[in-house]
Design a binder for this molecule. Structure first.
Ligand code: NAD
Length: 282
């Protein structure tokens, strides 16, 4: 039975996962090593609650529950100690994820399940950073988490059916539809999304059209809800680049990151979260 969920990482995804968890009535602790990120996450969630009430998406009671069930912590060892499920949402970087999984293996109770919100990486490899592969799985949420109705669940080689069922139930209680798939780099969604987004950067680099024109063509011509650059700015260009680097290593040439994307990341243009990406939000 899952009562207490710990979310590790309070960035773009972690704060959304913690929010939907508390809204579903779980006791949630959000952990980040960066105090500023944790403070920003708290402010962001306060704004989401206010907006939710003003647009009649949430009741005052819902908002009170989120405030009651959600706590913030920078000490992972302390938070992990009473967790039933730990959802990792730290950057898409194997050494950072390894550090987190080694730590939670040490401090989490034996019954606790581990989920990674990785967009591309192998849950089997991530499970190898701890010692409970049957209780480890990928639980891939989408951005923005409180609006997107879907979670992609990916079994690792040794993930047990019991763990799959637990994670499916948690996702459903958070109001999400699911599919459960076997592991392969990029799963279903990132494999497609990374290709489309990368191709758009190659087009921009070639001078084929402006970012606005490419986004307009994809939205109106192909009926996508967002243009590839609008989506890249929302996801974070650094996150997108990390995904592409991983997929390039695992799946080959067709995922080679566009040099223009690398250039934007080197320039600190990370998308909405830094105020400027392909578009300027300042
Ligand atoms: P982000 O950079 O916005 O946030 C990551 C957070 O993790 C930061 O606040 C950082 O301080 C924190 N962190 C780093 N090391 C830590 C540690 N050791 N302990 C605790 N906190 C730590 O990243 P994000 O966009 O939220 O992505 C997180 C994960 O979710 C990645 O694996 C990414 O691929 C995946 N993902 C991202 C999106 C998206 O649209 N951004 C969508 C689906 C999945």
């Amino acid at each position: 039975m899952i009562n207490h969920i710990v979310v590790v990482g309070s960035g773009v995804m972690g704060r959304g996962i913690a929010y939907v968890g508390a809204l579903a009535g779980y006791s949630v602790t959000m952990v980040d090593i960066n105090e500023v990120a944790l403070k920003n996450a708290k402010q962001d969630i306060a704004i989401m609650l206010e907006k939710g009430i003003s647009y009649a998406k949430l009741t005052v009671e819902d908002a009170q529950n989120v405030r009651k069930y959600l706590s913030y912590e920078h000490d992972l060892a302390k938070a992990a100690d009473s967790a039933d499920l730990i959802i990792e949402a730290v950057p898409e970087n194997a050494s950072i994820k390894k550090q987190v999984f080694e730590m939670i293996e040490k401090y989490a109770p034996k019954h606790c399940c581990f989920a990674t919100n990785t967009s591309t990486m192998s849950p089997t490899e991530i499970a190898s950073f701890a010692s409970r592969p049957e209780k480890t799985i990928a639980m891939h949420f989408f951005n923005p988490v409180h609006k997107m109705p879907f979670v992609e669940i990916i079994r690792g080689l040794e993930t047990s059916e019991k763990t799959v069922q637990i994670i499916k139930e948690v996702a459903e209680r958070m109001g999400k539809e699911t599919v459960v798939i076997n592991e392969f780099p990029g799963f279903i969604t990132s494999r497609i999304s990374a290709l489309v987004g990368n191709e758009a950067f190659y087009m921009l680099q070639e001078g084929l059209a402006t970012a606005e024109e490419i986004d307009k063509a994809i939205k109106l011509g192909l009926n996508y809800p967002m243009g590839p650059f609008e989506l890249a700015d929302l996801v974070g260009l650094d996150t997108r680049l990390n995904n592409l680097k991983y997929l390039h290593e695992k799946l080959g040439e067709k995922y080679r990151p566009a040099p223009l994307l690398e250039q934007y990341v080197h320039a600190g243009r990370l998308g909405r979260k830094s105020g400027k990406g392909v578009y300027d939000y300042t």
